[in-house]
Design a protein around this ligand. Sequence first.
Ligand code: SAH
Length: 229
Amino acid sequence: EAPSEPRSGRSAALRARMEERLLGARFRYLNQQLYTGTSRDAARLFRADPAAFHLYHRGFERQVRRWPERPVQRIVRYLRRRPASLVVADFGCGDCTLAASVKNRVHCFDLVPLSPRVTVCDMAKVPLAAESVDVAVFCLALMGTNLQEILGEANRVLKLGGTLLVAEVASRFEDIRAFLKAMTQLGFKTVSKDLSSSYFYVLEFAKTGPARPGAAPGLRLRPCLYKRR
Ligand code: SAH
């Protein structure tokens, strides 16, 4: 009976493995594009090819599942300790885990809607009034090369004294002191920094005022390039 079954089983497994590899390769390619271009390039890329976005997200999910803790859970814990009346903006919200996990009003911004809560836009230009939010979040989302512009946008929408939370892959920070110094130029003072995880850092800032004009050369992050596995 069905002597070909073991063979077809083998070829299905082989095929699945090949598909995995291809998906992995495409994910790494897309990921590299996101980290080496501006946020506008990313917006253009995903607008032209929404399927690429979904593929990217599958790859992203696979990566963070390997980590001992999801950075977004740290942001959730932070917000639960503070008043639920605080208005939050989640820059690069992905699947809106944050909004779904807290009572706060959360404005969710991303390039393609993985959830109906998402407002589709480039994070360098979000449709919020100046000084309208209490907490701005970038959870693994500082991807574009135009970091100054992106963080300037967070500064614009934050109220004075408002909180900026950044969770980012540890290996992206070449010089954390230079980065924090650049943040002061952008109008943010460091409130706390948790550098204890070897996977990701969690940084908390408070808005001290508008960004000072001029370049902030220390504001550089290495691209986060995943290895082939
Ligand atoms: N914050 C989520 C998702 C992180 S993945 C979490 O922690 O689970 C990074 C997210 O940033 C992706 O969903 C990606 O689409 C989004 N992103 C990248 N560039 C963007 C841009 N220019 N504007 C808006 N979102 C962007």
